[in-house]
Design a protein around this ligand. Structure first.
Ligand code: KIV
Length: 278
């Protein structure tokens, strides 16, 4: 460790995020590794170690196969890379739906082994009771309503939610139950502007939108999507960079240099101090 005095930086906490309801929009992105987390940290209030890691880092078809161990490993990396943003770890499929006690054991393990400031659970109809149980035991929880990626196998596809009256009322009541159970914030994914606005007005906790319009109290995107790493992104993503193009051009240039023996050049080569005698 450097002998320089380390500047103590206080991390943003669940109460800090909670207090931002209706105030300055909350800036969130996903993060999965230390160097990227270090770059995002200065700009973001909250870094979510999303279970999207299964798809965008590990090449899985959906998030169902993501394990607790994967989330812990990526969570530890993001904690090492960041020092100011609140870090929230997504609880993977199967780690919290089995009952309050299962959820508590797994969430407590994640909090202990990563040092993160909170967890996120997808708040289906039965999860509010679990959220209350976790919060009462000291675990800050962020909910997630609307399109719930972990329900992809029962839903059949990643589909926007709340387009029928029945579905709209269901998503609204899930958001209300999540907030009433004590979640410090609620992610709203893949819903129309009207429903996002209705939820944001109805609950006293900040809403964080992804594909849920500007009506929310904050926004989150999957970082590799907004950096342009993939050839396709959903309609709601704005690409702020073209990493795919940049990487393709950089690797193409490297390959051409290696083949033409232009790399490494003298400047990239070590030489012995004494002439080598054969
Ligand atoms: O896993 C994830 O990245 C998420 C965001 C889409 C909110 O849950």
């Amino acid at each position: 460790m450097s002998s320089q005095k380390q500047e103590a930086v206080k991390r943003i906490s669940a109460p800090d995020i909670r207090a931002r309801k209706g105030g300055e929009p909350i800036v969130c992105l996903t993060a999965y590794d230390a160097p990227t987390a270090a770059l995002l940290d200065d700009h973001c209030d909250l870094l979510l170690v999303g279970d999207s890691v299964g798809m965008v880092v590990h090449g899985m078809p959906n998030t169902v196969g993501v394990t607790l161990e994967m989330m812990i490993l990526h969570g530890q990396a993001v904690m090492r890379g960041s020092r100011r943003a609140m870090v929230v770890i997504d609880m993977p499929f199967g780690s919290y739906e089995g009952g309050k006690e299962q959820a508590y054991q797994n969430c407590a393990r994640v909090m202990k082994e990563t040092g993160a400031q909170g967890v996120k659970v997808e708040s289906g109809p039965t999860v509010a009771e679990t959220i209350a149980y976790l919060v009462q035991r000291g675990i800050p929880v962020m909910g997630h309503v609307g399109l719930r990626p972990q329900a992809v196998l029962t839903d059949g596809a990643f589909k926007a939610k709340g387009r029928t009256d029945e579905e709209r009322l269901r998503v609204l009541s899930e958001a209300e139950a999540t907030a009433d159970a004590g979640a410090f914030a609620v992610v709203i994914e893949g819903v129309a502007e009207g429903l996002a606005r209705e939820i944001t007005l109805a609950i006293d906790k900040p809403t964080i939108g992804i594909g849920a319009s500007s009506a929310c109290d904050g926004q989150i995107l999957v970082t590799p999507d907004m950096l342009g790493l993939f050839d396709w992104t959903p309609k709601f993503v704005r690409r702020y960079a073209d990493l795919r193009g940049d990487i393709d051009r950089a690797v193409g240039a490297y390959a051409a240099d290696v083949k033409a023996r232009r790399f490494p050049a003298e400047v990239e080569t070590y030489f012995s101090k004494k002439p080598v005698t054969p």
